[in-house]
Design a protein around this ligand. Structure first.
Ligand code: FAD
Length: 498
């Protein structure tokens, strides 16, 4: 721990805000978190999920995947926190649990396999456990019901510095203070951050890269009936997550007998979008997909919520440094407030926690405000930018694929030979991932962000194996990527005959 006396104010007590608070307090900073929503209710994970008023984080009740990157950061820095997660019902899924049956008999453990694990539970469970853990840290003050409505700044010959924030009148009355200042201000207020707007009033323009993923994301939650276990997934050819081209689907096993199902549609799939808003139609669609049918079988599980959706799915990157100069000193944006990726890839919480730890390292390593801003910007570019870029490429491919169904004329296709090569390569890669432990391990590392996305493909041994699969010919590989389910016409027919 350093002997700093610096104070840090964190706007927003979601995933990034709480992880910033933990990482900074561990380095000796005196941290205050201002969160607009109320604290989690007393009680267990179900109370948190069903009762917590969480209007500030509209994605709160959508299911979340917690990837290896996030899990390892939590384990390395707060090992005792893991016991709290398990006590609340979260489950640790290790590398051997993820292995397809064909690979179990080739399996010899390696040290890196211990890093390949994920946590399965609802986001409400993660947030509640984190919040209660924060309460035990004496260097962190957490204010709920603190709605920030502006930034406080100071301007001198060198430009603008952030000095604090101002609360909305009702929050101020409740908490007994209207303004609060600190040495460092952190924007962890998430995807709807207002800081860029407030800074614009000071003639500061935060440049934003902003790409629409053109996707609508629908969720429904379920609970297994008493005595019913989760369907066996390993060995089941029909996976519980996949893409039929016109619809993407995925089961998120949760905690305490709960699970969620997402159905994702391109914004032009108007009939299906209408259908998934209705509970019966949502279930009918799910039951028509072989990988989902054993989960949403009415005899085994019942819904606990109506279907609910999320639009405005975007990839966003905000630039706080321009021409090697920070636009605002003593101000740092972390998590979704700075970089957002499509939730379909489940990367947001992991990148937020990485960002939080990056900020703590930078603030500890540098004391000069300009050096801090530049170092934070460089490390964000080095470590988060490749993840953002990959997500963007995945979004573009997904949009192209979806448009083939609804607006074939609009879908920009690759030239014929490139399309054939890409298909042959991805078929071979899928076959290699399923049948070869070395390639599977690499793919899992990438998927869990334990390396830059796709880095495993630069490994010569992986390349050689994939190349060998390509030589077998497409007919032998093609089946691995096939997802069974109704064609789009069949699905449209299904929803129209109700
Ligand atoms: C539908 C959906 C599904 C997702 N699924 C996944 C997934 O599977 N895996 C994954 O890793 N990520 C997923 N994500 C992304 C993940 O939710 C975010 O990346 C993550 O929550 C970012 O954390 P954050 O702290 O930056 O923002 P948030 O968690 O949104 O927290 C922001 C906080 O700031 C508070 N706040 C906002 N404005 C103010 C204000 N004016 N004053 C005070 N407080 C304020 C809010 O109340 C909130 O608590 C998903 C996102 C969506 C939209």
């Amino acid at each position: 721990m350093s002997d700093t006396t610096e104070t840090v104010l964190i706007a927003g007590g979601g995933i990034a805000g709480m992880c910033c608070a933990l990482a900074l307090s561990a380095k000796g900073f005196d941290v205050t978190v201002l969160e607009r929503d109320v604290a989690p209710p007393a009680g267990d994970a179900d109370n948190a999920f069903f009762e917590w008023q969480r209007r500030g984080a509209s994605q709160f009740r959508h299911p979340h995947a917690f990837l290896g990157l996030m899990c390892n950061l939590l384990q390395d820095h707060y090992p005792d926190l893991l016991d709290d997660f398990y006590a609340a019902g979260a489950r640790r899924i290790g590398f051997t649990d993820m292995l397809p049956p064909a690979l179990l008999n080739q399996y010899t453990p390696t040290p890196e396999d211990d890093r390949l694990w994920v946590l399965m539970c609802r986001r409400a469970t993660i947030e509640t456990v984190l919040r209660r853990y924060l309460e035990k840290q004496t260097a962190i003050t957490f204010h709920n019901g603190a709605i920030i409505e502006n930034i406080l700044t100071h301007s001198d010959g060198e430009g603008l510095s952030a000095t604090g924030v101002q609360l909305r009148k009702d929050s101020a009355e409740q908490l007994g203070f209207r303004e609060i200042t600190a040495d460092v201000i952190v924007d962890a207020s998430g995807r709807t951050t207002k800081f860029p707007q407030w800074l614009a009033a000071h003639d500061i323009t935060i440049e934003k890269e902003d790409h629409d993923a053109e996707l609508l994301y629908y969720t429904r939650h379920y609970k297994f009936k008493p005595g019913i276990d989760e369907p066996e997934t390993s060995g089941n050819k029909d996976r519980n997550a996949g893409d039929l081209g016109y619809i993407k689907f995925g089961i998120f096993p949760g905690d305490n007998g709960h699970f969620a199902l997402i159905l994702c549609l391109h914004k032009t799939e108007t009939d299906l979008i209408e259908a998934v808003k209705d509970g019966d139609q949502f279930d009918r669609i799910a039951r028509s997909i072989p990988g989902l049918a054993p989960w949403v079988d009415a005899a085994k599980a019942e819904s606990t919520t109506h279907p609910f959706g999320m639009a405005d799915i975007r990839a966003v990157w905000r630039h706080y440094v321009d021409d090697d100069k920070p636009l605002v000193r003593n101000f740092f944006a972390v998590g979704d407030a700075m970089v957002r990726t499509n939730p379909l890839y489940g990367r947001g919480c992991s990148t937020s926690i990485l960002h939080a730890h990056m900020l703590a390292d930078v603030l500890q390593a540098q004391t000069d405000p300009i050096a801090r801003a530049l170092l934070f910007d460089r490390r964000s570019e080095d470590e988060l930018r490749p993840i953002y870029k990959t997500s963007l490429t995945e979004d573009r491919n997904n949009i192209r694929r979806a448009l083939h169904y609804t607006q074939p004329g609009k879908a920009k296709d690759l030239p014929g030979w490139q399309k054939k090569f890409a298909a042959a390569f991805f078929d071979a890669l899928a076959a290699a991932v399923t049948n070869n432990i070395h390639v599977f391990r690499g793919a899992m590392r990438s998927l869990n962000l334990l390396e830059k996305p796709g880095a495993f493909l630069t490994d010569w041994r992986t390349r050689l194996i994939v190349f060998r699969y390509m030589l077998r010919g497409r007919s032998k590989n093609a089946g691995v990527r096939t997802v069974r389910g109704p064609t789009r016409q069949e699905m449209l027919q299904l929803i129209s005959t109700t």
